[in-house]
Design a protein around this ligand. Structure first.
Ligand code: ADP
Ligand code: MG
Length: 253
């Protein structure tokens, strides 16, 4: 038996501001070296769930959380959890690429320097993370140029590279291609396939088509509930639940 990287067990989450039950009894396991796709219409609870994994949820209002989330078999809400370390091990990339002011190189050395990585190790980290994010060839001769000069797709791959400089185990990408053109989107998708060799990848896709293109396994969420989870080859071709089928075939959402 392979141990799940992340195990979600009977998780409920209610936002205190509006009393809204954003997650209702969600259980699922995510395994090493898969691209796990979490998809469904807006407001189905996807981001709420992902923010619990590395406790980014702590930075928002305190909602009512119940259930258990294990990372490598350990409860992430256990008292005494090192949250900074947890966030290094479970990295996150968001919808809008947000490079830091400064050069391409600065973007990639900032995190490691904060984490106390020695200067002599930085050039290696920069090159390795850029290669993994499939951006090295495009930027290797301009590392000292401003990150803002990059195209949208390059910026997003830079953000992926940046999260890799801290050598995470899991990389969560919440709608990473929402603002990108089709060519940049396909480059980011190809990057994901490379990354899954080394990491556990969790993606919220921007469309059902993208979900089907990138997923190893996929989970369909609706109104805070997990409706269906299966291998991508099954879920997109033979959905078992009528609601999944309606969504996958474009009948709603
Ligand atoms: P998704 O990522 O699938 O679009 P979300 O997790 O963002 O879904 O939202 C699920 C529900 O929780 C929505 O009804 C949304 O309005 C609510 N919600 C999300 N974030 C917050 C927040 N910070 N405060 C209050 N309610 C929120
Ligand atoms: Mg979301």
């Amino acid at each position: 038996m392979i141990q799940p990287k992340i195990s979600v067990q009977n998780v409920y989450y209610t936002y205190s501001s509006d009393g809204l039950e954003a997650l209702k009894n969600v259980s699922l396991d995510i395994y090493p070296n898969e691209i796990f796709v979490l998809f469904g219409p807006a407001r189905s609870g996807k981001s709420t769930l992902l923010r619990l994994f590395n406790r980014l949820s702590d930075l928002l209002e305190k909602g009512d959380y119940q259930g258990t989330i294990l990372f490598n078999g350990r409860d992430v809400f256990e008292p005494g959890t090192d949250i900074a370390a947890l966030r290094r091990r479970i990295g996150m990339v968001f919808a809008v690429p947000t490079p830091l002011p400064g050069s391409i190189r600065d973007n990639l050395t900032y995190g490691p320097r904060m984490a106390g990585i020695s200067r002599s190790e930085l050039p290696d980290r920069v090159e390795r993370s850029l290669r993994l994010a499939a951006l090295w060839d495009e930027v290797k001769d301009r590392l000292d140029e401003s990150a803002f000069a990059l195209s949208g797709g390059q910026k997003q791959r830079l953000c992926i590279a940046r999260s890799l400089t801290l050598e995470p185990e899991v990389l969560i990408l919440d709608n990473p291609t929402s603002g990108l053109d089709p060519l940049s989107t396909s480059m980011v998708e190809e990057t994901l396939h490379e990354l899954k060799q080394r990491y556990t990848i969790i993606v919220v896709p921007h469309s059902v088509q993208q979900a089907a293109r990138v997923a190893t396994r996929a989970a369909f969420m609706l109104n805070g509930e997990l409706i269906e989870l299966n291998d991508a080859g099954q879920l997109f071709v033979h959905p078992q639940d009528k609601r999944t089928e309606d969504y996958v075939t474009g009948r709603f959402g």
